[in-house]
Design a protein around this ligand. Structure first.
Ligand code: F3S
Length: 403
């Protein structure tokens, strides 16, 4: 891979060990994937998890002087005040990981968005922009919905790109690699956002890693939430970083001759029964519930206000913790009065936090409901089973205390 004199000097340590480490990671990645050079990026998203693996590398860069050179947002960690609010004991080690995450973020000069969806409200690239986004819902959204360009970055490679302001030129940064290699025909009408998310999960399971599907047969103006969930699911059950929807996503809309655009001739069909059987599988548990998890990926303002109006004058059952994960920015938009109203009804709006964090251990071991397959996937590892269903059903279950 070609490196300019300046890039070589960074590898050799001219700017310090932190920048050298970041540059070495990008060069290794580029050489592995046959990149010809590094290209400038405009922004990055660092999916830091607040766990040892990510922190080891972040602290290595931060403590040796590296600072981000393009706007770099962060994933959620967890809000330290929650252990008091929910009277949960977190270990000294768990607290230390949180403090280390915040301290490394400060040193690196990242934007502490602490949200997995900053691309929906503050970090929006234009079509054709080169970026470096880690996080399962972010990568497909950036590529597919905005028509900007990113590879499926790890947390460390996105951070290294944010520090150097460049990324290796390979994969989805090249136009020739962005055309679809498989056609997906959807042979039924998608009823709502939840079904669209299920379709994403189903496709993630049947497609090969790095397949780029062209999805046909789905119509309508999908909400940002539906598109966010579709991307999160297809990139959690599988590894799909870019999808095209006929007549909808920007790159598909530009195409005049689909036959020339397609690479290969593979085709799959999705029938109503495929999604119905997935739904049966995810909703078959029943009984008393102790929690509702919404906001994985982080909930938007309309989703939170929808919960408010679905509840009306009713309250969440006293045995149920109704948790909605969102960003601090969304909380500001919602305003204190609305947040207070929701709290009185038994809904907790949580900022800066992720479902896969230790502070939520108070719901472990019992059944919960969620509208997110991804939440269920991560919470399962923390010994909690879920019924996965629509927001409407989550709210009804929350009021009854059972499903
Ligand atoms: Fe976001 Fe954590 Fe879910 S990063 S997508 S809340 S697993």
């Amino acid at each position: 891979m070609y490196l300019s004199n300046q890039e070589e000097r960074i590898v050799e340590g001219e700017n310090g060990e932190g920048y050298a480490s970041a540059m070495k990671l990008l060069v290794a990645l580029g050489e592995m994937f046959d990149a010809d050079k590094l290209i400038p990026i405009t922004r990055a998203h660092w999916a830091v998890s607040g766990q040892e693996g990510d922190l080891f590398y972040a602290e290595k860069l931060a403590n040796f002087g590296a600072r981000t050179s393009v706007p770099t947002t962060t994933n959620p960690a967890w809000d330290g005040s929650l252990s008091d609010e929910f009277k949960v004991e977190v270990s000294d080690y768990e607290l230390l990981l949180l403090r280390r995450t915040i301290s490394a973020s400060d040193k690196l000069g990242v934007i502490k968005s602490f949200s997995c969806t900053p691309y929906l409200y503050r970090d929006v690239p234009a079509a054709g922009e080169h970026t470096a986004f880690s996080e399962s819902s972010a990568t497909p959204y950036i590529n597919s919905i905005y028509g900007a360009m990113t590879n499926r970055e790890s947390s460390s490679s996105a951070l290294a790109a944010g520090v150097i302001g460049k990324t290796p030129n390979y994969g989805l940064h090249l136009d020739k690699n962005r055309s679809p290699n498989i056609v997906v025909s959807v042979e039924f009408k998608i009823k709502d956002d939840f079904d669209f998310g299920l379709l994403g999960w189903y496709l993630g399971e049947i497609l090969k890693p790095d397949d780029i599907p062209l999805i046909r047969g789905v119509e309508g103006n999908f909400s940002p939430e539906a598109l966010r969930d579709f991307g999160a699911m297809i990139n959690t059950s599988g590894a799909v970083s870019l999808f095209h929807i006929e007549n909808f996503t920007p790159e598909a809309k530009k195409v005049k001759d689909f036959r020339r655009w397609l690479r290969g001739s593979e085709r799959v069909s999705v029938r109503e029964e495929d999604i119905a059987s997935l739904k049966r599988k995810f909703t078959k548990a029943s009984g008393k519930i102790n929690s509702v998890y919404m906001g994985c990926p982080h909930s938007t303002v309309p989703e939170i206000m929808k919960v408010n109006s679905l509840l009306g004058n009713r309250k969440v059952h006293r045995d149920v913790k109704f948790l909605i994960f969102t960003s601090a920015t969304n909380l500001k938009l919602i305003g204190e009065a609305n947040a207070k109203k929701l709290k009185e009804k038994g809904v907790h709006l949580l900022r800066d936090s992720c479902v896969d964090e230790p502070v939520f251990k108070f719901t472990e071991g019992n059944l919960g409901v969620t509208n997110s397959l991804k939440a269920a996937y991560y919470r399962k590892r923390r010994n909690q089973d879920f019924v996965i269903t629509s927001i409407e059903n989550c709210v009804e279950a929350a009021v009854r205390g059972e499903i």
